[in-house]
Design a protein around this ligand. Structure first.
Ligand SMILES: Cc1cc2nc3c(=O)[nH]c(=O)nc-3n(C[C@H](O)[C@H](O)[C@H](O)COP(=O)(O)OP(=O)(O)OC[C@H]3O[C@@H](n4cnc5c(N)ncnc54)[C@H](O)[C@@H]3O)c2cc1C
Length: 519
């Protein structure tokens, strides 16, 4: 047996001390000893996960798989038992004979990935094969299952969020039941693949799109089939640019090519834009005169000449988001924070956002986080149509100005192509994610409530990142944002996959109840 149970005598706090959750304890797995062939090890882990479900059912314990606990909401916790999946890190090439002949993608680039692989581990594993993930968040500490379960995104605005890479899910849905699920409209594997692991084979678009973003409530995601691509490099340019009409048009049309690059990057080929992100510091002015722009353009990867950019592991990575930046400067933020302290605060932000021009692959861009262990940071991702982005940002600025209080926060936009996941919060055709990253204080939380209410008053439809601060969500607000039809389809899919009411109950938690999705 690789799994064991450990009691938890202190409440779980989550990363960045986002919450306190009392729980009984958690199961964990020992790393694979390599004694058995990897696929046998995988199948044994499936069985062990089923035994855990069985035990929790018999003993009336709630259960939930968790990744790195990077979620700043309570999506990943429960009052019963968790499963720490971080030692489940196998990565498989796919048996070519079991790929569906109608699959038009490159079968050699498919990978079947065990749930607990961190993005960093997966990046390394793919790199060894000359491959890359297609999209990443700003850092690489999340697990692959955890990342897709809340809809983690970067700013791959022509591709989408991380779950868009996924073309198959191996879900453990009961003590005696597990399924391999893929879209009916995208048949990647044949049923022989499901059989090879003893799973039921299901092909259903609605069920698949429901399970993709399902925050741990569709059972345990044990394996994930992803499409990868050949390694590619990105010309990454961070620079200061006026917050003017050109930039606003780029935002409202999600077209970074409208923004001229700084002189040092003039030679960059802009035919294949990849990443589009902007940061605005409201303490420089609401609105500020200038924005910090981070653009990345694709360029071929050449193994012979590629030199990873130098990076001190204790620093923020080059793809650092607003959350990283707030975490990085937290120790230097003056207290009390008042107008006198603003110039110093702004100089700290400027330092962390220093301009650069580098060429690197995803693995070397989206990584390190500098936030000290004890820091309480607050992050919120507000998904909306790009058409509403500027108006929404104006609302944020006006609210900030009217409050007349200095807050330690940074604003940003990341742009994400719309997702097919039923409850993907990046579901607008072209989604602008307005991010408010801050220290976690009573005042910053209050500010977020003001913004949410103000956006609703202005009739701007918006969603909230499931893995970030989203306490505004209630059952009716979830239904308003996604529509009754979509929410009902999601719930019905859960019932079809988890057809035993006791198993569904096992995988409910208070987060699900808060959202009106526990059933
Ligand atoms: C420093 C930092 C940077 C971040 N950057 C970004 C970013 O750039 N973009 C972005 O969108 N978000 C970002 N986030 C949010 C983060 O990516 C998400 O909250 C993500 O879900 C966390 O992944 P995790 O592995 O820690 O999963 P957890 O937080 O542990 O779990 C997330 C959800 O996945 C479920 N889950 C995990 N494993 C399984 C499994 N095997 N089976 C079933 N369910 C499972 C859990 O139950 C939970 O509901 C960031 C957070 C931090 C702290």
């Amino acid at each position: 047996m690789r799994s064991y149970f450990r009691l938890k005598s202190t409440p779980e706090k989550g990363r960045h001390k986002a919450y306190l959750q009392i729980l009984e304890g958690e199961y964990a797995f020992r790393l694979d000893s390599g004694v058995q062939p990897p696929f046998e090890t995988y199948k044994n882990a499936t069985k062990e996960l089923q035994n855990i479900i069985q035990f929790c059912l018999q003993n009336n314990k709630s259960l939930r798989a968790r990744g790195s606990l990077w979620s700043l909401s309570t999506a990943a916790v429960t009052d019963g038992r968790l499963i720490d999946t971080k030692a489940l890190v196998l990565v498989f090439e796919v048996p070519q004979a079991l790929v569906n002949p109608v699959y038009t993608g490159n079968a050699k680039k498919l990978r079947f990935v065990e749930c607990g692989n961190s993005v960093a581990h997966l990046n390394d594993s793919l790199f060894a094969d000359g491959l890359s993930i297609k999209a990443s968040g700003s850092n690489d500490g999340q697990t692959i299952a955890g990342a897709l379960s809340t809809g983690t995104h970067g700013s791959a605005y022509k591709f989408g969020a991380m779950q868009e890479m996924v073309v198959g899910l191996h879900l453990i849905t009961g003590p005696n039941k597990h399924v391999y699920l893929q879209r009916h409209s995208l048949p990647v594997m044949q049923d022989g693949f499901a059989k090879s692991m003893g799973a039921e084979f299901k092909q259903d678009d609605t069920m698949f799109n429901a399970a993709l973003v399902s925050f741990g409530s569709f059972g345990i995601i044990h394996g994930i089939m992803i499409e990868t691509r050949s390694l590619f490099a990105l010309n990454a340019v961070r620079f200061i640019y006026p917050y003017d009409d050109t930039l606003k048009t780029a935002i409202s049309t999600s077209d970074p090519t409208l923004i001229p690059l700084p002189p040092e990057a003039h030679a960059v080929n802009v035919d294949q834009p990849y990443h589009f992100e902007i940061f605005l510091n409201p303490n420089e002015g609401a609105p500020p005169n200038e924005a910090i722009v981070l653009l990345m353009y694709e360029t071929p990867y050449d193994a012979a000449t590629y030199v990873p950019p130098q990076w001190n592991g204790g620093e923020s990575g080059m793809g650092a988001s607003g959350l990283n930046i707030m975490g990085a400067i937290v120790g230097n933020i003056p207290s009390p924070l008042n107008q006198l302290a603003v110039p110093f605060l702004n100089s700290q932000v400027k330092d962390e956002f220093a301009p650069y021009y580098k060429r690197a692959i995803i693995r070397d861009l989206f990584r390190g986080e500098k936030t000290p262990e004890k820091t309480k940071t607050l992050a919120c991702g507000i998904g909306m149509s790009i058409a509403n982005a500027i108006e929404a940002m104006d609302i944020v600025f006006n609210t900030y100005k009217n409050n007349d209080i200095v807050l330690p926060l940074i604003l940003s936009f990341r742009f994400v192509k719309g997702t097919q996941a039923l409850l993907g919060f990046t579901h607008f055709d072209q989604t602008a994610v307005l991010e408010i990253d801050a220290l976690n204080t009573t005042e910053t939380r209050e500010f977020l409530y003001q913004i949410w209410h103000a956006l609703d008053s202005a009739n701007i439809p918006f969603t909230l990142h499931w893995g970030k601060f989203n306490a505004y969500l209630t059952p009716s607000r979830v239904r308003e944002r996604f529509g009754n039809n979509v929410v009902d389809q999601w719930i019905a899919s859960r019932h079809r996959l988890l057809d035993d009411a006791n198993v569904r109950q096992l995988f409910n938690n208070s987060f699900m109840t808060q959202l009106g999705l526990a059933s």
